[in-house]
Unconditional design. Sequence first.
Length: 125
Amino acid sequence: MNRVLMIGLAPEAVDLSDAPIDLATLKERIAVGNAQVADAGYDALACEIGTELADAISQVRAALEQQAWDIVMIGGGIRAIPAHTELFEAIVNLVHELAPKARFAFNAGPDTTLEALRRAADGQR
């Protein structure tokens, strides 16, 4: 079984002002994606963070230190938004330091989380 740490922005931390969805819809999409991951048999922990760098890195560090991780997924809300580049960089460096054997997975949104994890898991073979 693959142990998966899923790092993403907490729904409340996402700027939805220009997005085609509202907060309730985003939360539902995340819940559905997380349920698909659980149903597929992954041992996954969701680490939802805010955008304040020090607090977010503290949360990610605590999650990384809980156990050894096979896969670390970093969500698109962190990776794809230029304002979060420093946060993304800090997370990647922290994962490299604390979970150097973990593979990375990158989803395009909550509905592609399982697909991203499967790609990463296939790469472990």
